[in-house]
Design a protein around this ligand. Structure first.
Ligand code: FAD
Length: 378
């Protein structure tokens, strides 16, 4: 059976887009060079923190647009988690656990205030160090103030990936593992499919969702200036531990990183942002930085065991915003470049791509992530 849409990459983007397109009655085929969820999407911490991330913007970024899309996507996650649970019996560990961003000195307190001012109408509380410790007893005595963001949430990315792939398949999507896409076939001004080795796989639409490897797929450079878009891998390392009782209830941001605690006491500490190409390593320096920041946030973690560690590659872009939607080549779409927030932004990304392909009105704020902002000039 021929596919209507070929999706290149089976990460959180490819799987989310496949689910929404299959539900809309199209026949998506996901071509994944490895297995679904093999890369960044399963390595992520699972923070759904649009408010916490709002000040992580480069000056070129329009933070208001990113914030709006992030908040909308966090809402969509709640509905998606419920859908996966009710229809497929899969729990993704979605919890509105809240997030606290802590400060250790006067300069960081000022930064908290600037951050709070960006948050428009969101619920945010600015509290002092003692109040922060009343809410999270394991916080360091050195914490002098905090922002408490009760609406932020978390989930477990490997569970989300499994749930999405299962739901997409049941809705009619087909997954092919071990299929390395070399090229998008463009003929007569429109995409006609892709090339997997010598095989030609035809479809009316092609969605490239290949994460940090997107610009290695030939054909997307036809209308886009990839140099200007600046897609690049940003390595992030994570150290996993376990604490009893669970060290925190909320996600805690501070000291340049974060601690994400699951309800059963597992905790992920991260992360690094490194420009080292595709070197898939966990390094002494990376781990030292992560362990130092975790101990600064919660000295109690000194006795916690190191249970696991890993690294993966966030797909970064030059302006800090993802590339989602039309490319300028008819039938060729992108869903990539989500950097630190790909898990958070997957549901809104799937909405944008589905609406664009079906020629329906796009969600508010989509223009900020339109790939054609990097369109080649004639
Ligand atoms: C350490 C770390 C922590 C993170 N924490 C969070 C977090 O807490 N919250 C959050 O929202 N985000 C987080 N992120 C970011 C998030 O993981 C990414 O933004 C997101 O997973 C990107 O999804 P993706 O589908 O675009 O890419 P990926 O998950 O990398 O998937 C791309 C897929 O495409 C496949 N592929 C590539 N090239 C080809 C080809 N030519 N042919 C076929 N298949 C191909 C790959 O094998 C891969 O499976 C984190 C990232 C890291 C590294």
């Amino acid at each position: 059976m021929a596919a209507d849409v070929v999706i290149v990459g089976g990460g959180v983007m490819g799987c989310s887009v496949a689910l929404r397109l299959a539900e809309a009655g199209l026949r998506p085929l996901v071509l994944e060079r490895s297995v679904p969820g093999a890369e960044a999407s399963s390595a992520a911490a699972g923070i759904l923190g649009p408010l916490a991330e709002a000040d992580h913007a480069t000056p070129a970024v329009r933070p208001a647009a990113a914030l709006r899309l992030g908040v909308k996507s966090r809402q969509l996650h709640a509905a998606l988690a419920e859908q996966l649970r009710a229809e497929h019996g899969v729990s993704v560990g979605f919890r509105r656990c809240g997030l606290m961003r802590v400060a250790f000195d006067e300069r960081e307190l000022e930064s908290l205030d600037r951050h709070a001012a960006l948050l428009e109408r969101a619920i945010v509380e600015r509290i002092d160090g003692d109040e922060a410790r009343r809410r999270e007893a394991s916080l360091s005595p050195d914490v002098v103030g905090a922002l408490d963001l009760p609406e932020e949430a978390q989930l477990e990315p490997p569970l989300l990936l499994r749930g999405l792939a299962l739901a997409a398949e049941r809705a009619g999507a087909v997954f092919r593992s071990g299929a390395y896409v070399r090229e998008v076939i463009v003929e007569g001004e429109r995409a006609r499919g892709v090339r997997v080795g010598r095989e030609r796989v035809e479809a009316e639409h092609v969605v490239v969702a290949a994460g940090s490897w997107t610009d290695l797929v030939r054909g997307i450079e036809r209308d886009l200036d990839l140099e200007a878009a600046g897609l690049h891998p940003v390595r992030g390392q994570i150290v996993a531990t376990e604490t009893r009782p669970p060290v925190f209830r909320r996600i805690v941001f501070g000291a340049g990183g974060y601690v994400v605690t699951r309800p059963d006491g597992r905790a992920l500490c991260g992360s690094t942002e490194e420009h080292v190409g595709f070197r898939r390593e966990v390094t002494f320096a990376g781990m030292r930085g992560i362990l130092d920041l975790a101990l600064r946030i919660a000295p109690r973690m000194a006795e916690a065991p190191v249970l696991d560690r890993w690294s993966s590659f966030r797909p970064g872009t030059r302006d800090g915003l993802p590339l989602v939607g039309p490319t300028g080549t008819e039938g060729l779409w992108l869903a990539t470049g989500h950097f630190r927030n790909g898990i958070l932004l997957a549901p809104i990304t799937a909405e944008i791509v589905r609406s664009a392909i079906l020629r329906q009105p796009l969600p508010l704020g989509s223009e900020a992530v339109d790939p054609r902002r990097f369109r080649r000039r004639a």
